[in-house]
Unconditional design. Sequence first.
Length: 265
Amino acid sequence: MKKTFSDEDLIKNLSLYYLNRHLKKKPIEKYHRTIDESPLHDREKYRKKSEILLLNSFMHHFPDVKFENLTCESPDFIAKLNDKKIGIELTEVINHLEMKKMESTLNKMFRQAEILLEQEDTTKYRGVYFLEFHPNLKLDNLEEQEEDIINIYKSIKKNKGIGCVKSVRKSFHRRNVFITHEYSMNLFDELCSEKILELIEKKNEKFPYYDSSVDECWLVIVSDMNSIASRYTFIQDKEHLKEVKSPFHKIFHLENLCGNITSIK
């Protein structure tokens, strides 16, 4: 049976985060090895590895946290802090729902272009490529997707924008070819506080089913700033978050690029 995610895909996932200067590499590597050694299915291992990467900034704010169970489900992780057993439920807030499908399609196209470049000459093209696209990019048609994959491939080969690609920026990477989106910040890109409150309400409903053996259960809401569907500039009507009612002992909102954390409860 073919693996849903290859070992190389998992390495690529971690390698991109190595570019983030905030990454606490040693504990991340240790936690990923622990997940690898678990009996989880490959798909679940990939999901757990991605989740623990999102918590990297969280570990900077709570350096004494030691994760004890990385493969549980309700909550997502169990950790030890100040002699307390802490359950940590992790959830991502999606700021741009309409971008989620587009981003998923783009990532599949990136992988196809990476394969073409690696098959041709991995040594020559290894690096992380940040691509900016023209605003009229259309991903509905499979034929257009195939054409866009070729344009991505050609843009990286020539180190300039071709077709759907507006610009290319390259960063050093010692092992593989990795393609991702160019980070761009809209100064007026707000994250509505209602989206955060709705997420909390949904998690509140599941709270009775979480592991009751923990001393406290924390909810960590993450904005994955490496994702175009999750990025934001500021939280709109932030004062509304003070009104939250929840059985969770602590609730945090975390963004994983600069590591900013907001204590909601």
